[in-house]
Design a protein around this ligand. Structure first.
Ligand code: ADP
Ligand code: MG
Length: 392
């Protein structure tokens, strides 16, 4: 990564304005159900505390759409963060303004403050210049550790960097190093696995990975559109009519790099208690729908994954939320976990599937950014990364 990091700054007595991605899942009583995004931010926060900075943290949470929402306050995050850090976190009730500035002025080196949900202001998502300037008044140096928000050009992810020296945190650095190495300099064979609901979300990723990977294993709903493009019967499967032509073009160009499922789990309804069976992909009958890859496909993919030195996976192989259609995703997850390859998982649902399978610890890197990792895999420059200062 050619961006400056927190290690390039002399922090003593400086205020660090740190953009984190504390957009954690909450249950109905605002309890955090998964704190991985908080634990992943700890190395940067600890480093800044240990190096004598005043640490001013900020994040969005959910979609308050520019209005204050008591259900989306960052109070539960401050509490959990305080426990994990073993240090009190001073939670503020606003993210800009004179009261916040006064609290920051009153803080001592090593203190940790957390601003209120950034998206209580509509100006945040609009990347309003005056709003970015108001945020910039809270720091001497800006640190972006919010990889999960780096594909957005918002005031706290991009605009603020125009006013302050801007560097990457350790999580940002780790994400960019893993994803960047896979795309730029992968150990080969490099096997990419792509699934998920819709091909239209991921055409850019298919195109970019076809150019970089040695093989591309396809599963999930997006395989159906390829089947349709091949003229196969897909029954009532999810197919995107608009994307069939693109799928045809990709098939024409990809040669044997692109690997499609050979069998599938089909069901008579989209339901966990639907009647279901395994069929070869050319045996799908009208009235049935493909909801998972079949066992022969898992074997085929497992074989490719076992030989890989780099694996990038985005998108589940089937409707893993329902038990009868989870085995394809779990089978591929086990294969990835067993392989000695550097394994990288991007995508919110893919990460959830690997967690559900209990295999997260056997994966080299699970990205904290769903949308951001997808855009990165498409080969796009992320605005939150572009805004950071280059290394000299
Ligand atoms: P990610 O978040 O990992 O990028 P996506 O959001 O693209 O993944 O897709 C995940 C969704 O795709 C899951 O909710 C899953 O149920 C759905 N899905 C996977 N296979 C199929 C299929 N054959 N038919 C319908 N939906 C599917
Ligand atoms: Mg998703």
């Amino acid at each position: 990564m050619n961006k400056k990091t927190v290690q390039d700054i002399d922090w003593s007595g400086k205020r660090a304005l740190v953009r984190c991605d504390f957009n954690v899942p909450l249950d109905e009583s605002q309890r955090i159900t998964d704190d991985r995004r908080i634990t992943e931010a700890l190395p940067t926060i600890r480093y800044l505390v240990d190096h004598g900075a005043v640490v001013v943290l900020c994040s969005h949470l959910g979609r308050p759409k520019g209005a204050v929402s008591d259900k989306l306050r960052l109070t539960p995050v401050a509490e959990r963060l305080g426990k994990l850090l073993g240090k009190s976190v001073h939670k503020l009730d606003d993210s800009i303004g004179p009261d916040v500035e006064a609290a920051v002025r009153g803080a001592k080196p090593g203190d940790v403050l957390l601003l209120e949900n950034l998206r209580f202001y509509a100006q945040e998502e609009k990347n309003d210049p005056a709003h970015a300037e108001a945020l910039a008044r809270l720091g001497d140096v800006y640190v972006n550790d919010a990889f999960g928000a780096a594909h957005r050009a918002h005031a706290s992810t991009a605009g603020v960097a125009a006013h302050l020296p801007a560097v990457a945190g350790f999580l940002m650095q780790k994400e960019l190093d893993f994803l960047g190495a896979a795309l730029e300099n992968p150990e080969r064979p490099f096997v990419a696995i792509l699934g998920g609901a819709k091909i239209s979300d991921k055409i850019g990723v298919v195109e970019n990975l076809l150019a970089k990977a040695d093989s591309l294993l396809i599963g999930g709903g997006m395989a159906n559109t390829f089947f349709q493009a091949q003229g196969l019967e897909v029954g009532d499967s999810l197919v995107e009519a608009d994307a069939v032509d693109t799928a045809k073009q990709i098939l024409g160009r990809a040669g044997d790099k692109l690997v499609l499922p050979i069998d599938a789990v089909v069901a008579d309804r989209f339901a966990a208690d639907a009647e279901h069976k395994v069929v070869d992909v050319d045996q799908v009958q009208p009235g049935w729908r493909i909801l998972d890859i079949g066992p022969n496909t898992v074997d085929l993919y497992e074989d490719r994954i076992a030989k890989a030195k780099t694996v990038v996976w985005n998108g589940p192989m089937g409707v893993f939320e329902m038990d009868p259609f989870a085995e394809g995703t779990f089978g591929v997850a086990r294969a990835v976990a067993r392989s000695s390859a550097t394994s990288i998982i991007g995508g919110g649902d893919s990460a959830a599937a690997v967690e559900k399978a209990g295999l997260a610890d056997d994966i080299t890197h699970i990205s904290t950014g769903g949308g951001a990792s997808l855009e990165f895999l498409e080969g796009k420059e992320l605005p939150g990364v572009a805004a950071l200062d280059d290394k000299e």
